[in-house]
Design a binder for this molecule. Structure first.
Ligand code: IVH
Length: 714
């Protein structure tokens, strides 16, 4: 079946007859036109955008709507009719055999349904039969479009998109990209002419390494992988291109002469063919049948956006049937057969109002940008890390600057750099403080280190962080001793180290805000209980040794009897343990080599917080108390399911305190499955395997038998 192109392209040449817009709207449209053109140039030609993609899209949409409402405003020069930006001087230019179009965007499922509707209307069903329902979908890569040209299977040219009609010749630079085959793979025969289109990107990890290197060389870091890739590709000096880790991923064709080869009939077949020829293709592409499946795919990509190796800014849906693609054709600027689901930008600009210095648990001073709140990738951001003194200097970020902020993955938002065009004339370079903002003592920066540190062991900010960590879920998990109390206790000077908590008396607490006799007693009891039930693994994790999280702490507690024994272990003994590498071992040694830390440990011993591990053969830790060791949960594999009246984490901690080993799944080795409300498949499985099932009362009874007491309210 051959679909014929029977689409009437509506002409907009009647603007003089059309109703005239009010002066204000005319003015706005002119302004939008000029502004969009300026941003096009900044983005495409100079690789120096001043606004985020999201802001650009908003301007673009506003102009499109105005032109829709007032056809008289449309002009052949409108940026809404343009594909890309301009051309860089210095590179040779060449016309594309087929124009390289951009894609229209949809921002919601409603927009997408409208697009499908427009596609239906453009489709001549009488002539062509029903519109094929399948779409090839893949992630929208945030790089730059490139066309690579093969003649009889041999790479013979490469063009950037340029303005869509004419691109820059970058053949030599492209030859250095390892993922561009110099000859098509396979036996042939090959098409006599094959133009493959795709995206040049830099993987996130390569970008991070490149920026680190830039900085080490004292150069300005790149704003994002796209800019780094664009800069690399359009180098006149190709040795620079070669040194940058670029990749090309293919997703489309330009002109083709299939010659003696079988032509591809569908997009999904084409993707297979491209893979066979030796190209990388965008990951996780899928054939979706019907608009709903496309919506589900777009939602999936959006949710997994962070997990992709490269930056993506949306998902693309393309009519799968290539003849139907041809028949649907193009509007003035984009295909009618394909559309991009755009995700919110992960980058935005905002005002940097001040720079705060935060003091961490280990005394490190971290500069934090205080920002006018702005949405980045759908999340409001008002603070962003500036990492350290060198980073601020490398990016030359100043208070009063308008800055680009980005979020990558789940990581803390960061400031990319200033928008120099908006720098106030009186902005001055930031001077990193040489004193701790919390205690006023001199800070120091060791040679070879990026961080300034406060070395004052009783600095209130350091104490506060250390104690907060100590009582947190990652530490002893002492519920009821929250951040607010810790702050008050540290501020009063009564508590300067975690061990001080265990010397508190109820009477002393009465002076604190909202602390009555009952609460004060409860507070002291909670701490007393925590001291009794603390396991060695929890205590190790509570110490906040760098690189030692809960997992490693558990492992260490399974190997060493107590902190004395752990403290005596040398790096070699530590590294002999599974999962302990040189970095972790060194960090543990560092901790135990500090006399200040031993002083702190001595205080733990003094207040009776000195758990011993039972060193079970499984490598997991038992409990310190004899009663616990003889208790019914000791050494037993326990798993929780359903909801209990106390939080899951709390129940797990208690079980651990009673010497139990937390299991990950129901299997024959499981000793107890503790079930709460709404237990599901795990209960069925346990019963099928004959595993003992405990309800909450039964679990509490076993805890009591192990000498573990719960608060009255629990
Ligand atoms: S298909 C006729 N698939 O996004 C155009 N394009 O903003 C068909 N892009 O110009 C293009 N990832 O450079 C397609 N998986 C993908 C893409 C993709 C990124 C680029 C392409 C396009 C631009 C539009």
């Amino acid at each position: 079946m051959t679909f014929r192109n029977k689409i009437a392209i509506s002409s907009e040449q009647h603007s003089l007859l059309a109703p005239q817009p009010p002066a204000e709207e005319r003015k706005r449209a002119h302004w939008l036109s000029a502004e969009l053109e300026r941003h096009n140039y900044l983005y495409h030609t100079l690789d120096a955008p001043e606004i985020s993609d999201e802001q650009y899209d908003a301007l673009f949409r506003e102009l499109t709507e105005l032109e829709k409402r007032w056809p008289a405003l449309r002009s052949p020069h409108s940026p809404t009719l343009r594909v890309g930006g301009g051309l860089l001087e210095g590179l040779n230019k060449k016309e594309h055999r087929r124009r390289m179009y951009g894609l229209d965007n949809v921002f919601s499922n409603e927009d997408w349904r409208d697009f499908v509707e427009r596609m239906r209307r453009a489709w001549d069903a009488e002539l062509n039969g029903p519109l094929p329902p399948a779409f090839w979908c893949d992630p929208k890569l945030d790089g730059l479009a490139l066309e690579v040209i093969y003649v009889d299977g041999v790479l013979s040219g490469a063009l950037t998109r340029g303005d869509g009609e004419t691109g820059e010749v970058v053949t030599e630079a492209v030859r250095t990209i390892r993922t561009v085959p110099l000859r098509l793979r396979g036996e042939g025969p090959f098409p006599s002419l094959l133009e493959v289109r795709g995206e040049v990107v830099m993987f996130k990890k390569d970008f991070a390494a490149l920026n680190e290197q830039q900085q080490a060389l004292g150069r300005k870091p790149f704003a994002n992988p796209r800019n780094a890739a664009a800069g690399a590709l359009r180098q006149l000096d190709i040795s620079i291109t070669e040194s940058r880790p670029l990749r090309f991923l293919a997703y489309n064709l330009g002109e083709v002469d299939w010659a003696a080869t079988a032509p591809c009939l569908s997009q999904h077949e084409l993707m297979e063919r491209l893979k066979g020829y030796g190209f990388l293709i965008p990951p996780d592409g899928r054939l979706c049948v019907g608009p709903e499946e496309v919506e589900a795919y777009a939602a999936w990509v959006r949710e997994h956006r962070q997990d992709f190796l490269m930056e993506i800014d949306g998902a693309v849906a393309k009519q799968d049937n290539l003849e139907a693609q041809e028949a649907l054709g193009f509007t003035a600027r984009a295909p009618r057969f394909a559309v991009a689901f755009k995700f919110p930008a992960m980058q935005a600009e905002t005002l940097l109002t001040s720079i705060d210095i935060q003091v961490g648990r280990t005394g490190v001073l971290t500069p934090v940008a205080v920002l006018e709140p702005v949405a980045v990738g759908g999340v409001m951001v008002s603070r962003a890390t500036l990492h350290n003194e060198d980073e601020i200097r490398a990016r030359d970020v100043r208070v009063g600057d308008t800055v680009m902020v980005r979020r990558a993955g789940d990581v803390i938002p960061e400031v990319v750099g200033p928008v120099l065009a908006r720098r106030p004339p009186d902005a001055v370079p930031f001077v990193f403080p040489h004193t701790c903002p919390a205690c006023g003592e001199a800070a120091h920066r060791e040679s070879g280190e990026a961080a300034w540190r406060c070395g004052n062991l009783s600095c209130p900010a350091v104490c506060l962080r250390a104690i907060s960590h100590f009582v947190s879920k990652a530490g002893l998990d002492i519920q009821g001793v929250g951040q607010k109390w810790v702050e008050q206790l540290v501020k009063s000077g009564r508590v300067q180290s975690p061990a001080d908590l265990f010397t508190l008396k109820a009477e002393e607490l009465l002076g604190f805000e909202r602390m009555g006799a009952v609460l004060a007693q409860k507070f002291v009891d909670t701490l007393e209980n925590a001291r009794h039930t603390a396991t060695l693994s929890r205590l190790i994790s509570a110490l906040g040794i760098r690189h030692v999280g809960e997992q490693t702490a558990r492992l260490l507690a399974g190997q060493f009897r107590d902190l004395d024994e752990l403290g005596r272990a040398d790096a070699e003994a530590l590294q002999a343990l599974p999962d302990v590498g040189p970095e972790v071992a060194a960090s543990i040694r560092n901790f135990f080599e500090s006399p200040a830390n031993w002083a702190q440990l001595a205080r733990f011993r003094e207040v009776g917080l000195w758990p011993q591990s039972s060193r079970t053969t499984s490598g997991e830790e038992g409990s310190a108390l004899e009663k616990t060791q003889n208790g019914p949960l000791h050494g037993k594999n326990v798993l929780f399911t359903g909801s209990l009246s106390l939080p899951r984490g709390r129940a797990q901690r208690l079980a651990e305190a009673a010497g139990a080993v937390l299991a990950g799944s129901v299997n024959k080795k499981l000793d107890y499955l503790v079930v709460g409300d709404k237990a599901g498949g795990k209960l069925d499985k346990a019963q099928a395997l004959g595993v003992a099932v405990l309800d909450e009362a039964g679990f509490r009874a076993l805890l009591a038998a192990a000498g573990i007491t719960l608060d009255a309210s629990e």
